[in-house]
Design a protein around this ligand. Structure first.
Ligand SMILES: *Cc1c(COP(=O)(O)O)cnc(C)c1O
Length: 365
């Protein structure tokens, strides 16, 4: 098979990014679960998280935790999507800790842990407004905590956590995180002991580390994106990430057509390949190129950003991405390989696509 489309992953950069985030968090007394789902749990990437100092390896997908288990990193494995009841047995076999928000799921985890003769750690999630997972009602969370502590003997209540900045785009402000700490204290009062983990969110909570205003008590974050794709906090919130590598991932794709064509489609406009009505800007006649990679590999055409100055992604379909190369600084022709930065969505699709060749760069220093 052809070498393209190809995604290159620089493992030295990745491991350095892990080290940077882990050490900055450690300065604030915070440990880091390395979240590997953004890179589809590739074994080589999991190893970088382990080598770089993550405290746990985390994923939303059990098959990725299975890869991690096979690698014998010695680190606890954390399931960060609420377990499906149908995967409870697998969850207690593969994960040492899971995030939870349903008492029925907790009871099934307890039952399965009993059958397997294992102990399974749980973190109860509080929804602080982002409206994805988590207990909305505080009393319900506390009741669940008490039941785990006193009635579900194969489970160990490790702590509480929250998720922000995902569905609802709610920012991990100091106030939100203080609310989590107060929930933790309420649980601690009820069960009469300290909780081991207060998990204050994902990459977006790293802003509180950079600002130095993470509330006292938060001692754990679950971080993927900020390590794998270290530029979103800079791009969207203006943080200085110059101590990190933004370019762990590089997509390399081959040009299959270069022609001068109109920029506005010619004929009666209906819906595109995905049933969407689109607006096409008429920029006159321009030089454009097609690279052999498409939405099946990258999710959306906007998920890749050409590294060449003067080249712009203008759209695509399942297997094609169309570029405007009119202002390219060099002559582009069929057979040329173009390089792209990829954002989180692009990285997620590329590392999971069966048509994409994954190649690793490692200097081994
Ligand atoms: C995906 C996920 C994370 C990690 O998110 P990043 O933005 O990649 O850091 C943390 N916690 C939960 C529950 C998640 O689903």
């Amino acid at each position: 098979m052809a070498e393209f489309p190809q995604v290159r992953i620089n493992l030295d950069y990745l491991e350095e990014n892990v080290r940077t985030v882990v050490s900055r968090c450690a300065e604030r007394g915070v440990s880091v679960a390395g979240v590997v789902k953004g890179a589809t749990g590739l074994a080589e990437c999991i190893e970088c998280f382990a080598e770089g100092g993550a405290t746990q390896i985390a994923s939303s997908r059990l098959e990725q935790l299975e890869t991690a288990k096979r690698l014998n990193t010695g680190l606890p494995l954390m399931l960060i999507r609420i377990p499906m009841i149908s995967e409870a047995a697998e969850a207690v076999r593969l994960a040492d800790i899971s995030l939870n928000s349903e008492i029925t799921v907790l009871r099934e985890l307890d039952r399965q842990a009993g059958i397997a003769g294992r102990n399974h750690g749980v973190i109860l999630m509080a929804d602080l407004g982002d409206l994805r997972e988590g207990f909305w009602n505080r009393d319900e969370l506390i009741d669940a905590a008490v039941e785990v502590e006193t009635g579900l003997h194969n489970l160990e209540l490790k702590g509480v956590g929250t998720n922000l900045g995902c569905y609802g785009a709610i920012q991990p402000t100091v106030e939100k995180l203080e609310e989590l700490v107060s929930i933790a204290h309420q649980v601690e009062d009820k069960i009469g002991r300290k909780l081991e983990i207060i998990s204050g969110g994902a990459s977006s909570s790293y802003m509180r580390i950079l600002d130095g205003n993470l509330p006292e008590g938060i001692n754990h974050l679950r971080i993927g994106e900020q390590i794998l794709n270290a530029y979103d906090l800079e791009k969207y919130y203006g943080y200085d990430l110059s101590d990190m590598h933004p370019d762990v991932f590089t997509l390399r794709a081959e040009v299959v057509e270069v022609k001068t064509k109109p920029t506005h489609p010619v004929g009666e406009v209906g819906v595109d390949a995905f049933g969407r009505k689109r607006v096409y800007e008429d920029r006159g006649i321009r030089r454009r190129a097609i690279v052999a990679v498409g939405k099946a590999d990258i999710g959306d055409s906007d998920n890749i950003i050409p590294r060449d100055e003067g080249i712009e992604v203008i759209g695509g379909s399942s297997d094609h991405t169309i570029l405007d190369v009119e202002d390219a600084k060099r002559d582009i022709k069929p057979g040329d390989i173009l390089e792209f930065n990829v954002n989180y969505g692009g990285m997620l699709y590329l590392t999971g696509s069966a048509s994409v060749k994954i190649r690793f760069d490692k200097t081994g220093k």
